[in-house]
Ligand binder design. Structure first.
Ligand code: SAM
Length: 220
């Protein structure tokens, strides 16, 4: 059986009892980065046999995992943070494993998109999760399409390198009065959300350059 196991997006307490039990019981834990996951596994006294499975692993690694599953080994897939497959490695492996009709199950657990959305104050009845906005040409096409016909809350991930450019682009496409929320440092001690119009959020970051750090979830 392949278990898709979500792990904390920062705060090590954010893991379920079941996830810890599964990680202790499986034969192998496939990690996006064995050193990063080693911190979590050590924290919970999980003495797992680790192998790596990351975005560049390719077919060879999938085949290896598939052959282990065919030997009735139980394998847990974890990423560096949050839910595997959600902007993290997992999708390609899932395709290969399902093509072989092998058993897969997913545990519920942390993901930055759902955590941010649930307390955003924005409508969560209909939302569109777009991963990171594309960087090049397709970015303009996508923003144009959204600005012409957006009825749902849009959620994106953003890095420290592009957050200011993204807010500026959103201002250009949606106007300064459009509402947005930016979450930073989710589940960390200095977790912070910035709500307001795009202009207000943009002004906040201009006046507080020290806050342009770490990782962000953006809703608009
Ligand atoms: N698999 C993860 C999940 O389920 O949320 C997402 C991994 S994706 C590679 C990493 C991005 O998620 C970051 O660049 C950031 O936009 C967002 N993210 C992850 N953890 C976060 C946190 N604690 N606070 C804010 N954003 C976070």
């Amino acid at each position: 059986m392949l278990y898709i196991v979500p792990t904390p997006i920062w705060n090590l307490e954010d893991i379920t009892y079941r996830a810890v039990r599964i990680l202790k019981e499986v034969d192998i834990v496939a990690c996006e980065d064995t050193r990063t996951s080693g911190i979590l596994l050590k924290h919970y006294d999980i003495e797992a046999t680790k192998i790596s499975y990351h975005s560049h692993s390719g077919k060879y690694k999938s085949d290896k995992i598939i052959s282990l599953l065919k030997e009735w080994k139980d394998i847990a897939l974890i990423s560096d943070a949050g839910t595997p497959g959600i902007s993290d490695p997992g999708y390609a492996l899932m395709q290969d494993v399902l093509a072989e009709n092998l058993e897969v199950t997913a545990l519920p657990g942390p993901s930055a998109v759902i955590t941010a959305l649930s307390a955003s104050g924005m409508s969560s009845h209909h939302f569109l999760y777009l991963w990171f906005l594309p960087i090049k040409k397709w970015r303009q096409t996508l923003l144009t399409r959204l600005s012409e016909n957006k009825t749902e809350t849009v959620v994106i991930y953003e890095s420290v390198h592009r957050i200011e450019r993204t807010i500026s682009d959103l201002e250009n496409y949606f106007g300064p009065d459009h509402k947005m929320v930016v979450w930073r440092e989710l589940t960390k001690k200095f977790e912070e959300y910035i709500r307001g119009t795009i202009l207000e959020v943009s002004t906040y970051f201009k006046e507080n350059p020290g806050k342009v750090k770490w990782e962000f979830v953006v809703l608009f």
